[in-house]
Design a protein around this ligand. Structure first.
Ligand code: F6P
Length: 334
């Protein structure tokens, strides 16, 4: 359950727009539904923008009704589609986008996406007379100002489902698997998945790990009678496929490991109950914050309470992987 702040509604906008941007994440649909239903309840017109900032620039938007978001709460992906829009890094393009909104009588925009998308939202707001609210939509959970991002829980559960299956074959063949999970700059997915699947080891970008210590751990497991099969969860880091390098290094230490890259399977699928709740509450709250006069903030959840963080901070600060949690993971391997 989330504690929802009670806000005034004395800055109600006439019309708002919503878009999803960057890598999609399971839960974006319930977030859109939350925005649309809450806006209509307040008597605010709401427009859906197709394909993120790329659609905004060319004015690809249409008015949404309650029916537009019927039957989407359980669906993965995003009905509005998404995009990584390089052009939006240009302030002239952002100005053009603001003009598109103003021409339609829209003065407020809700952006659901990760750090790049929220940076675009912040710049759009400070350079132009457009009010902006961001929602953290990414499977990576690497957004400052929120304990949880929309899609993280589903991605963790999708990876777990796959790894439990890999574990069966690893046990049958006494094989070692390196399972690569997503998370470009952060080890949140890897750490949570690693703890929850009982991995023999977790490799994340935040902490360097020597091949020798992996070999030592594996040898130790054998001595303790845990057998020679195992799962090592590896965060992808900057480039998907780097796990093959680790497998090659292990080979030089006489450790044969099979590599399994889970990839985009982690971005799809029906959102978990947790993500549906989080996304629905954040979507509706984004409208409440707009009506209360907020601008240039991201709405997230901290210690079970819905709260706002200035987008400037969200962009500048790095959310750190909890060191205690990682230490706990290391202890559980032994
Ligand atoms: O959206 C986040 C993410 O899924 C990262 O975990 C991953 O590194 C990246 O997106 C992949 O992006 P793309 O699908 O554009 O290759």
């Amino acid at each position: 359950m989330y504690e929802i702040p009670s806000l005034t509604a004395d800055h109600k906008p006439e019309a708002i727009a919503v878009l999803t941007s960057g890598g999609d994440s399971p839960g974006m649909n319930p977030a859109i539904r939350g925005v649309v239903r809450a806006a209509l309840h307040q008597g605010i017109k709401v427009f859906g923008i197709n394909k993120g900032y790329s659609g905004l620039i060319i004015g690809d938007l249409e008015e949404m009704t309650s029916g537009s978001v019927t039957n989407i709460v359980q669906r993965g992906g995003t009905i509005l589609k998404s995009d990584r829009c390089e052009a939006f890094k240009d302030s002239a393009v952002r100005h053009q986008a603001a003009e598109v909104l103003k021409e339609k009588g829209i003065d407020s925009l809700i952006v659901i996406g990760g750090d790049g998308s929220l940076t675009g939202a912040h710049l759009l707001s400070v350079e132009n007379d457009i009010r902006v609210i961001g929602l953290p939509g990414t499977i990576d959970n690497d957004i400052y100002g929120t304990d949880d991002t929309i899609g993280f829980d589903t991605a963790v559960n999708t990876a777990l489902d796959a790894i439990d299956k890999i574990r069966d074959t690893a046990l049958s063949h006494e094989s070692l698997f390196l399972v690569e999970v997503m998370g470009r700059n952060s080890g949140f997915i890897a750490t949570h998945v690693g703890i929850a699947c009982g991995a023999e080891m977790i490799v994340v970008p935040e902490y360097e790990v020597q091949v020798e210590s992996i070999c030592f751990q594996l040898a130790n497991n054998r001595i303790q009678g845990k057998g020679s099969s195992g799962i090592i969860v590896v965060a992808e880091g900057q480039t998907p496929g780097l796990t093959y390098n680790l497998a090659n290094q292990l080979k030089t230490h006489n450790q044969n490991a099979k590599v399994c890259i889970l990839g985009h399977i982690q971005r799809g699928g029906s959102p978990t109950g947790h993500d549906r709740m989080l996304a629905s509450c954040l979507g509706a709250s984004a409208v409440d914050y707009l009506c209360a006069g907020y601008n240039d903030v991201m709405i997230g959840v901290r210690s079970g309470t819905i709260c706002e963080t200035p987008l400037q901070q969200v962009i500048e600060k790095n959310k750190q992987l909890d060191e205690m949690l990682f230490q706990r993971a290391l202890l559980l391997h032994k």
